[in-house]
Design a protein around this ligand. Structure first.
Ligand SMILES: Cc1ncc(COP(=O)(O)O)c(C=O)c1O
Length: 397
């Protein structure tokens, strides 16, 4: 491998920068001086090419309305999908939106009716539940099943759950929080079930670029093209390039009617344009920053391997199914027989670290906490050592 070009080891104290992960610790955890492993962004500086694109805008010094002729930017998204994922997307099949949770909410509103059931597969990123309920729809759970090899979708249960009045599913691919990268066959099986029953799939692929060397992300539309007339997919440079605060994301619909409906739905709320900084960052990310991403992935994979080895050797009572993608890992503390409030108490008050409470991901998260490894290795090491020390000596249930 060639020498590293980017410095992911540099520790950054983000306190006081107006960021959620470091500046909101006191609000959410009741203490300011914790080491944060919660909010899903990374403690790395952005790629120099993104910083340069933003610097140019800042130095120009005028921040008026961004162009509405977004062909160049939509082409950047389409080209990225083609090059990185082998998915044939055209610029006219792409539209913009500030964030993916926004997209989920708008799509639920557009493609389902009040009172409809919408399927989620918990444990799952909490806003999936929230946006369905906020729109007056009913959450229908199809929990993932735990196997020795990892988590899997429960297709038999799904078929039973898809009763009349259940009209959509919100899919997370790759899956937050269990770090699964769904295989082509799994996606095709899901697609087939949904096509047979006319179920819309709202497909959140925000983590599509964050996949380790032993897995491969397949866009759902590529795994099962027959689903296109029932599918909208969400992608973004936000997680991939650590620019979530710039609020620039995209929807993709290959089917013209789905694209028309998505375009119209965002237009209704005057929400289809990006801010001028977000557009500049998105373009730079998708056209110039692949080398940065490739190095970031090597670095994150080293962090993943470290956590797996650490747990095996130093905390064997904490289990982790092999993470295939994402930098947020689903730690299973059930071996301690503690309630979530007790696990969180030990993490916050003894280890002085901030992880996400597993129970916010659904009832399947009882006994779990989510760990973010998107940080310098030394920070991760410090956090893991503190966690191990805090749990040391606890008796078996
Ligand atoms: C699966 C998933 N979807 C969406 C988001 C957030 O997206 P946005 O900030 O664009 O709304 C996250 C952030 O962690 C996520 O993990």
């Amino acid at each position: 491998m060639s020498a590293a070009k980017y410095d992911f080891d540099a520790g950054i104290d983000r306190r006081g920068s107006g960021c959620e992960k470091w500046d909101d610790l006191e609000h959410f955890f009741g203490a300011r001086d914790l080491l944060p492993f919660w909010v899903a962004d990374m403690d790395f500086r952005s790629a120099p090419e993104i910083i340069e694109a933003l610097r140019k805008q800042v130095e120009f010094g005028v921040f008026g309305y961004a162009t509405e002729q977004t062909e160049k930017y939509r082409a950047a998204v389409a080209n990225w999908e083609r090059k990185r994922h082998g998915w044939d997307v055209l610029p006219e099949q792409v539209g913009f939106m500030p964030g993916i949770v926004t997209g989920i909410s708008v799509a639920v509103n557009e493609f389902t009716a009040p009172g409809d059931g919408v399927v989620v597969q918990p444990p799952i990123y909490p806003p999936f539940f929230r946006e369905i309920r906020n729109n007056g729809r009913v959450v229908v759970e199809n929990p993932l099943v735990e196997t020795d090899d990892g988590y899997a979708m429960d297709f038999d249960n799904l078929k039973d759950a898809l009763k009349p009045g259940v009209t959509a599913i919100v899919l997370c691919s790759p899956h937050n929080p269990v770090s699964r990268v769904w295989k082509r066959e799994e996606l095709a099986t899901l697609g087939k079930i949904c096509v047979e029953r006319g179920i819309t799939i709202i497909c959140d692929e925000i983590h599509q670029d964050l996949v380790y060397s032993d897995a491969k992300h397949i866009p759902l539309s590529l795994a099962y093209p027959e689903i296109d007339s029932l599918l909208v997919t969400f992608v973004a440079p936000s997680k991939t390039f650590n620019i979530a605060g710039l609020r620039s994301s995209a929807w993709i619909a290959r089917d013209p009617e789905m694209a028309r409906r998505m375009g119209r739905a965002f237009h209704r709320f005057h929400m289809s344009g990006l801010n001028i900084m977000g557009l500049a960052a998105l373009e730079a990310a998708y056209t110039k920053c692949e080398p940065w991403l490739d190095e970031a992935l090597v670095y994150l994979e080293r962090n993943r391997d470290y956590v797996e080895d650490f747990l095996r050797e130093k905390m064997p009572r904490v289990k982790l199914k092999h993470p295939e993608g994402t930098y947020i890992f689903w730690l299973d503390f059930r071996g301690y027989g503690l309630k979530n409030s007790e696990i969180m108490d030990i993490l916050v008050n003894k280890a002085r670290v901030a992880l996400n409470d597993g129970s916010t991901f659904g009832s399947q998260g009882e006994g779990f906490a989510r760990l973010n490894v998107g940080c310098p290795h030394s920070q991760l090491e410090e956090g893991m050592n503190r966690i191990a020390a805090a749990f040391e000596g606890l008796r078996r249930p």
